[in-house]
Design a binder for this molecule. Structure first.
Ligand code: UDX
Ligand code: ADP
Length: 453
């Protein structure tokens, strides 16, 4: 039987773009994306496509082709679950803030509440797909919750982790390196996997679709993110050594990356990696390793996070040293708030951590980002302060000035710090020599940059 109805719970950075692409590629399947946040659903339905909640190159074009044809954004979660044969769970899975495993383990409360909704509402058999990154063996927990369903429905839980990177999500979804589908080895498990394979086969060559067991799929996602992040921490740690020795990190990175066994991707020096996945997934890996008594393994991966924190603090130190050396006032313009270019997502962005440290040192900061909205920027600092409590809440709004364009930074003696590699920051060499440009992304041609990290 062919799949006719899909529901996706979670209309965020994963659910939105992923379902848009499936809708585009499978016009005969009706896809309903639901979210507990009603305001978000309103935004996805906005007639102005610039107002949809996720900024992602190429996304609005797909939404304009599919929305209200076979792609629907709805507030009626129960109905969407009831009608669907396949339900994707694409809800957020942040790091736990309290209770056992706080600061390390993944908070499964959103996943659990999703599973409870599915158990409560379902009247027929369904395939439940884990799309969010989850700790290994979460499928077991989900099955347990689903088994509480009163209508005698059968559920197959399969893991299909998402590998898209924000900023390039649409391209990643069109041309995935691989699609990973983990299912149980039983006949019904295999049938469920086959149904998902049929969907992806519409545009992904079959040899790129890997079918594995559920636990391997769950762990592969954590492992992929951990290994990508590990490369960044490796190069960032070497940047400190380059500065001490006079070597050039870009030259080292390029030389190392030429070895085809290593490859050149994810070797770009940066102010530390951000985004909703890397830190959370590594902390999760650390927690899991400890749970299984593998303390050396836990310590090994934890180091990747420690270097990331160290890189952020090093940047703050460099800014402070620079200001002291040049006898400048404690004012800095931060260019870029998103955790990378081409997204409006700022989760775990290094800009938040650097700005927070500077505010602690009584700096006044101005921030400009082409896509992140001003309320989000203030919210990010407030959220961090709720955890760290090192800032007087009153100074947050008074000491941050959010700018709507780059004009503000064009003041003589201003220090502008490039934190995100947005294209529009590439032309800043024309600012003149009265402005100090600190390029912590090392992405401007070094000849043209006033000051380099
Ligand atoms: C990541 C994974 O790449 C993706 O496969 C997974 O599904 C989700 O997590 P994402 O976090 O969206 O994707 O973006 P990514 O391109 O991986 O960048 C993460 C962070 O690493 C960014 O802050 C980026 O600036 C930084 N980075 C990346 C570097 O500092 N140096 C690099 O060389 C590459
Ligand atoms: P991701 O990057 O993983 O997509 P987001 O935070 O962008 O994370 O999106 C996750 C979405 O899931 C949010 O919009 C949130 O409101 C939604 N969500 C979380 N829990 C539930 C739930 N139980 N039911 C419906 N939606 C949920």
């Amino acid at each position: 039987m062919k799949i006719k109805n899909i529901c996706c719970i979670g209309a965020g950075y994963v659910g939105g773009p992923t379902m848009a692409v499936i809708a585009l590629k499978c016009p005969e399947i009706k896809i309903t994306v639901v979210d507990a946040n009603k305001d978000k659903i309103n935004k996805w339905n906005s007639s102005n496509l610039d107002d949809i909640p996720v900024f992602e190159p190429g996304l609005k074009e797909i939404i304009s082709k599919t929305r209200n044809k076979n792609l629907f954004f709805s507030k009626d979660i129960d109905k969407a679950i009831e009608d669907a044969e396949i339900i994707f769970m694409a809800v957020n899975t942040p790091t736990k803030e309290e209770g056992e495993g706080a600061g390390m383990a993944t908070d499964l409360k959103y996943i659990e509440s999703c599973a409870k909704d599915i158990a409560r509402v379902s009247k027929g058999n369904k395939i439940v797909v884990e799309k969010s990154t989850l700790p290994v063996r979460t499928a077991e927990k989900i099955k347990e919750i689903l088994s509480l369903s009163k209508n005698n429905c059968k559920f197959e839980v399969i893991s299909n982790p998402e590998f898209l990177a924000e900023g390039t999500a649409i391209n990643d979804l069109f041309k995935s390196d691989r699609v990973l589908i983990g299912g149980e080895q039983s006949q019904s498990g295999k049938n469920a996997v086959k149904k998902l394979v049929e969907i992806y086969k519409r545009w992904i060559p079959e040899h790129k679709i890997l079918t594995v067991n559920v636990w391997s799929a769950e762990l592969s996602k954590l492992a992929s993110n951990a290994m990508l992040a590990q490369r960044i921490s490796s190069i960032n740690s070497l940047s400190a050594l380059c500065e001490a020795t006079g070597a050039e990190i870009d030259e080292v990175s390029s030389a190392v990356g030429r070895d085809h066994r290593i490859g050149s991707y994810f070797l770009k020096v940066s102010p530390g990696f951000g985004g909703s996945c890397f830190q959370k997934d590594i902390l999760n890996l650390v927690y899991l390793s400890k749970f299984y008594g593998l303390h050396e393994v836990a310590e090994y991966w934890h180091q990747v996070i420690k270097i990331n924190d160290y890189q952020r603090l090093r940047i703050v130190e460099k800014i402070v040293l620079f200001i002291n050396k040049n006898k400048l006032s404690k004012e800095v313009s931060i260019l870029g708030w998103s955790f990378k270019k081409d997204t409006n997502d700022s989760r775990e962005s290094s800009s938040i951590y650097v700005a927070y440290e500077l505010l602690k040192l009584d700096f006044k900061i101005s921030v400009y980002d082409p896509k992140v909205n001003p309320e989000r920027i203030i919210e990010d600092i407030k959220n961090l302060n709720n955890k760290r409590k090192k800032l007087n809440p009153n100074i947050i709004e008074t000491n941050i000035n959010i700018c709507s364009n780059l004009n503000y930074i064009k003041k003589p003696k201003n220090i502008a710090v490039i934190m995100t590699e947005w294209e529009e920051f590439k032309n800043l060499e024309n600012l003149g020599d009265k402005i100090f440009l600190l390029d912590f992304r090392n992405f401007i041609d070094k000849e043209k940059t006033t000051i380099r990290f």
